[in-house]
Design a protein around this ligand. Structure first.
Ligand SMILES: Nc1ncnc2c1ncn2[C@@H]1O[C@H](COP(=O)(O)OP(=O)(O)OP(=O)(O)O)[C@@H](O)[C@H]1O
Ligand SMILES: [Mg+2]
Length: 314
């Protein structure tokens, strides 16, 4: 069963084309990771999918029905974890959940039970009567997630739910997603973090500048770049002559610098390690050099020429 479908979606803000013919589909029971750098259009896609914003053209269906036909009943089947924490600071955690549950039509003992369950899922039962103003970043995020879960949605949409959280909360959030999925919830999970996608997603959609540039399982995507090699070079000092030397080598497709580490993407079969070492040594001190196995991060780098976390919020 198809839970959500977007076909040929175009969305402009003024003259800025934010979604350019985007088509995606989600089947029941999937966890799909939606990856993309800042400004790729991820949040816009999620807003369009749920009807929070209109689109210029294209078709959207939820649970097999056109978006325009959506009743309150359809909306109750969706939970949306927003990128910005959107809870009431002057209501306790429990009161927040009661409020959001109430919006979705829960009442009385049913509401109470769901609120308690949501608190437990995100590990905030002990803090139910506290104000979110006193919460850590991670706890606030978990409450934000609980607010989107309280009505037991079939389809959970999460917009960067782990930005700025401590490792313990992150683990908890990922485990929550897995557990909900085991119980049948379909999840669309947006993130900058490759490891999260690798840990939980059954399928990945990569969005860049409003385009879906790749889609598939992680192994499908890594397979696509098997013709790439990655070399990690550690140097005493990253200098312009060094970078110039590397960039002009035959077969080099990308050079990315992170402190004293230079990551080089090349075509296979050029005797790359030797040539890169020679070119680098000519420009200065090389501390180490080694070849790396491609990861999803490399897929992204190859397809877009930039790192996923460029300008990220870490
Ligand atoms: N309401 C708006 N008006 C005008 N431009 C907008 C609006 N919302 C988003 N944009 C622009 O659309 C583009 C995509 O934004 P969007 O928030 O969807 O990106 P994103 O992938 O979610 O990024 P991030 O990782 O930073 O959350 C950006 O260039 C942004 O500036
Ligand atoms: Mg966003």
């Amino acid at each position: 069963m198809v839970i959500a479908r977007m076909a040929d979606i175009v969305k402009r803000y003024g003259t800025h084309l934010v979604l350019d013919n985007v088509s995606i589909e989600m089947g029941k029971g999937e966890i799909v990771g939606l990856l993309g750098p800042n400004g790729a259009g991820k949040t816009t896609l999620l807003f369009a999918l749920t009807g929070l914003i209109g689109v210029d053209s294209g078709e959207i269906e939820l649970f097999g029905r056109p978006l325009g036909d959506n009743t309150l009943e359809t909306k109750r089947r969706i939970g949306f974890v927003t990128q910005e924490v959107s809870v009431f600071q002057d209501l306790t955690a429990r009161e927040n959940l009661e409020f959001f549950g109430g919006i979705y039509g829960l009442r009385g003992p049913g509401l109470k039970q769901r609120v308690q369950h949501a608190l437990e899922i995100v590990g905030l039962a002990k803090y139910a009567n506290r104000l979110p103003a006193k919460f850590s970043g991670g706890m606030s995020r978990r409450l934000n997630i609980a607010c989107a879960l309280v009505h037991a949605p079939e389809f959970l949409i999460m917009d960067e739910p782990t930005v700025g959280v401590d490792p313990q909360s992150r683990r908890h959030i990922l485990e929550t997603v897995r557990e909900l999925n085991r119980q049948g919830t379909t999840v669309l999970y947006t993130t900058h973090y490759m490891e999260e996608v690798q840990a939980i997603a059954s399928r990945v959609i990569i969005l860049d500048q409003g385009h879906v540039i790749a889609e598939g399982t992680i192994s499908d995507l890594v397979e696509q770049i098997r013709h790439e090699e990655r070399i990690r070079l550690e140097v005493v000092d990253v200098t312009e002559p060094l970078l110039q030397n590397l960039r002009k080598l035959e077969g080099v497709k990308g050079v990315v610098v992170e402190d004293r580490i230079v990551r080089i993407t090349t075509q296979v079969g050029f005797g790359n390690l030797d040539r890169v070492l020679a070119a680098a040594s000519e420009a200065g001190g090389v501390l180490s050099i080694n070849a790396e196995r491609p990861t999803l991060e490399d897929v992204f780098l190859t397809l877009t020429g930039k790192q996923l976390r460029d300008g990220g919020e870490e």
